[in-house]
Design a protein around this ligand. Structure first.
Ligand code: HT7
Ligand code: ZN
Length: 873
């Protein structure tokens, strides 16, 4: 497969102005008739051939302006249809046949549980009909869907229904019109036996919008939260960004087989059922929050993505980074802002930093790709969002909002670039963002080495910041970036933020300093007492910060920093220092000794009167094994696991009474509600229970069993079951697991949780369990949720996946090879843990590489080929 290069971008020679499609649905022979109103671009050569994309299509007829074309008039390859000569303006008609039931890639038109649905982003539309499948071709659409009235009573597409009826052959049809020109990646069709929940929303200009959530009948009781989230998101986008919805109907459909979380098709969002269905008995608090965030994300795309879209797929972060930033802010406003930031950054530093340091590292705007679906990554989405956040921080909210207004106004209905977006921000603020643009083209995580000195005699604090970005594949040399560092100086005597005076100007107690050179020293004057610097507050830039904090400094910041995020981060750094010692002790076979300062810091937290229980729960949570691994030069999975377990147990033993008191104080039998208050209470209670269970004494096991048996809500039940299954008390956990599996055998989303709980346990029997569960009737390789819940989750089980006999790697490679045939997009994602082989010891490196080589010997999809090729380079 050949790469596509950003530098090769050419505007399309032919545009589609209007698209009419007729689908006659059938599992193995759906007929798609297309009638495209096309025009040559005025600047294009009159002799330019018309090249349309098309894959897995069986062409039955082709005509231009009503004249049928013969075989000699066009050329077909597996991927294109070329017509050598066409007029400047014409109508192209085509008739193709496709087979939705054999489409296991879940791109284009496919079947899920018998219902028809589509996924067209990024390049799925070419599996539906011959078309210029690129985002800078925008057309209005009129779509007729014909189906069986019994099997497919519901026939949906984008826009508004304009006609419906029954044909002579007894089949029924509905015609839909979408007045907003859109690229074909936003096209959607759904047909099946679905039921709806309906609600209404009055927009800020007083228009009534009908909201519909379409689900299978048995899921009708799982839609309340998504509907409430949708209405909150619609209001928030009006109030925060001045963005109003622009159709009379907004639909969401839940489907079981879906490659990602959800898709923002115009007026007809299609959701993975896991990203939309919730019920207190079946979904955890985390799932409720996830649903709220994804519903909002897809809705926000209506402006950031649909009304203003991307010129080409290299600009993907233009819509994804901005929309993730918007959904993060929405969730922060709706729930606990510090907790949202802590959770987002915690995930980001673990997963995106690893991506940026691995063989598939790429800039937020890549300059080439082989397979675009491989680029729906944490870098494009989450690092893209961090870069938009930095813009917001550099400009301030008011100017950022003006920039956003200008962007939506100026580019409404257009397909644009990242320069267009950043250009609007520069224009409204008069800030020179040219150096800032490097964030989009330079891969890798910048590291800042900082050190500070207090000059007592002159009451000065000298802060030196040095930045470097490590080499990444294809980018050996890096340029300095424009990095906003939000900071404060916390006085060690007063415990307060000191006023910052820089270059004679008082800049406040909490300010942003700009690191633009390789190295800069900032001299703060009038510093009346020795401070501890609090740097990168609220994670003001996506960088790694190194500062030689002592454990005393960190304990001080943990209690005195006015920035909630940095208070949490100080606790994480303190724990990491203790963990470092213990990892070393484990490796050297020396007795492990727990750092008392960590115990005392935790005691203080547990007995504090902290209002925000959700933040407290986060502060009591140790860095994950994956994050600890990120800090190590060579990952020793066993030492990391042993050290972390030792810290958990030492804390539990030293603070057992305190944890028990917190647990008991937060047990509640109030009816379940997904409110921030209740969620905070549950998370704190469950963190305490996890510590208590690390001792596995009879009392803790009994608490866990009781919480499981109370069956109050899935958050508590799942947590208790996980703790039991992850303990050595098989006598208690086996019956609980069996009962849970039997009780929920009818619910695929709960069975996903049942799979995950078992394959993430630390006991060494897990690999055999995965193999056994792959034969379970509830498991299917064709369903991405099942693959993620069982095989994907197993690959996150660090001590078992990285077994020294290499069987964990072999299991993953086998799954990748099988999925490469069925669903290349999912196969390529599943390989990720194997691509990180450089981070491990020599033995594991060889085992992992051997599996990558084995995959490489197979006939590969371009998706898997691209990832394996990079991983072995
Ligand atoms: N814009 C969408 C990205 C997407 C996708 C969604 C579902 C299945 C396959 C997909 N490929 C790309 C989702 C989003 O970011 O909102
Ligand atoms: Zn998105």
């Amino acid at each position: 497969p050949q790469p596509v290069y950003l530098s090769d971008y050419q505007p399309p020679a032919y545009h589609v102005i209007h698209t009419e499609l007729t689908f006659d649905l059938d599992p193995t022979e759906t007929r798609v008739k297309a009638r495209l109103t096309m025009q040559r671009h005025p600047s294009a050569d009159a002799a330019a051939p018309l090249v349309l994309d098309g894959e897995h299509l069986s062409l039955r007829a082709l005509a231009i302006d009503g004249q049928a074309l013969s075989d000699a008039d066009y050329q077909l390859t597996d991927e294109t249809l070329t017509i050598t000569r066409v007029p400047a303006a014409f109508t192209l008609e085509s008739d193709v046949a496709i087979s939705p039931s054999s489409n296991t890639a879940l791109e284009g038109l496919y079947q899920s549980n018998g219902m028809y649905c589509t996924q067209c982003e990024a390049e799925g539309f070419r599996r539906i009909t011959y078309y210029p499948d690129r985002p800078d071709v925008m057309a209005t659409f009129k779509v007729t869907v014909i189906g069986d009235a019994q099997k497919e009573p519901v026939l949906l597409a984008n826009g508004n229904p304009v006609e419906q009826g029954t044909r002579e052959d007894g089949r029924h049809f509905v015609t839909w019109e979408d007045p907003h020109p859109k690229p074909c990646y936003l096209f959607a069709l759904v047909a099946g036996d679905l039921q709806k929940v309906e609600d209404h929303f009055t927009t800020m200009s007083g228009r009534d919008v009908t909201l519909q959530l379409w689900v299978e009948k048995e899921n009708l009781d799982k839609t309340d939260h998504a509907m409430a989230s949708l209405k909150r998101a619609m209001r928030w986008d009006e109030e925060t960004y001045g963005r109003e919805y622009d159709l009379d109907l907004f639909m969401i459909v839940a489907v079981n087989d879906f490659n990602m979380g959800a898709m923002e098709n115009k007026g007809l969002n299609i959701f993975n059922s896991a990203a939309v269905l919730t019920h207190p008995k079946t979904a955890t608090d985390a799932a409720f929050q996830n649903v709220e965030g994804i519903v909002a994300h897809e809705y926000f795309h209506n402006w950031s993505g649909n009304r203003v879209t991307c010129r080409d797929w290299f600009q993907l972060s233009l819509k994804e980074g901005f929309t993730v930033f918007r959904d993060q802010c929405f969730s922060a406003d709706t729930n606990s802002a510090p907790v949202k930031r802590i959770q987002d950054v915690s995930f980001f530093r673990t997963a995106q930093f690893a991506e940026d340091a691995g063989p598939t590292a790429h800039p937020i705007r890549p300059d080439h790709y082989i397979e675009i679906t491989n680029f729906y990554t944490l870098t494009i989405y989450e690092k893209g969002a961090e870069v938009v956040r930095m813009l917001r921080n550099l400009l301030g909210w008011e100017a950022f909002r003006r920039g956003s207004d200008l962007y939506f106004e100026r580019f409404d209905g257009q397909a644009v670039t990242i320069e267009d977006f950043v250009g609007c921000m520069a224009e409204v603020s008069d800030i020179d963002l040219s150096q800032f643009m490097r964030w989009y083209s330079q891969a890798g995580t910048p590291e800042i080495d900082a050190h500070g000195e207090y000059d007592y005699a002159n009451a000065e604090y000298h802060l030196t910041l040095r930045q470097r970005t490590p080499a990444t594949p294809g980018q050996p040399d890096k340029q300095p970036l424009h990095i906003p560092v939000r900071m404060g100086l916390v006085g060690t005597k007063s415990g307060q933020d000191l006023t910052l005076t820089l270059d004679g100007n008082k800049i406040g107690k909490d300010a942003v300093i700009h690191l633009t050179d390789d190295e800069q020293t900032f001299i703060f004057t009038e510093v009346a007492e020795a401070p501890v610097p609090s740097l990168l507050r609220d994670f003001s830039a996506p960088v790694k910060l190194h500062f030689p904090y002592s454990r005393e400094d960190l304990a001080f910041l943990l209690t005195h920093d006015s920035d909630g995020f940095n208070r949490w981060d100080a606790g994480q750094r303190l724990a990491l220092l203790a963990l470092d010692d213990l990892i070393a002790a484990h490796r050297n076979g020396v007795e492990k000794v727990m750092d008392n300062r960590v115990i005392e810091a935790f005691r203080l937290l547990l007995t504090s009167s902290m209002d925000d229980k959700a933040v407290l729960a986060e502060m009591l949570t140790l860095p994950s094994e994956a994050y600890i691994a990120e800090q190590q030069p060579i990952v020793d999975v066993d030492a990391i696991h042993a050290a972390r377990e030792f810290v958990r147990q030492s804390l539990a033993l030293a603070l057992r009474d305190e944890f028990l008191a917190v647990y008991k104080a937060n047990v509640s039998d109030a009816p379940y509600a997904p409110t921030p208050e209740q969620m905070a209470q549950r998370s704190l209670k469950n963190v305490a229970l996890a510590y208590l269970m690390s001792i596995e004494d009879d009392e803790s096991v009994a608490l866990c069993e009781a919480q499981f048996a109370t069956d109050h809500n899935m958050t508590d039940v799942r947590h208790a079951l996980t703790l039991l299954v992850h303990s050595d008390r098989d006598d208690v956990s086996a019956p609980a697991l069996k009962a849970f599996g039997e009780a929920w055998a009818h619910d695929p989303l709960v069975m996903d949780q049942w799979f995950t709980i078992q394959v993430t346990r630390p006991q060494p029997d897990v690999l055999e369990r995965v193999e056994y569960l792959m034969q379970h009737p509830a498991f299917s390789m064709k369903n991405p949720n099942k693959v993620r819940a069982l095989i994907g989750a197993f690959a996150q089980n660090r001590i078992n996946f990285h077994r020294l006999d290499g069987k964990g790697y072999a299991l993953l490679a086998d799954a990748v090879i099988e999925l490469n045939r069925l669903n290349p997009e999912i196969a390529a994602r599943l390989i990720t843990p194997l691509t990180r082989w450089q981070r491990f010891d020599e033995t594991r490196q060889q085992l992992m590489r051997a599996e990558l080589e084995r995959i490489k010997r197979e006939p590969l999809s371009s998706n898997v080929f691209e990832v394996v090729e990079k991983a072995l380079a």
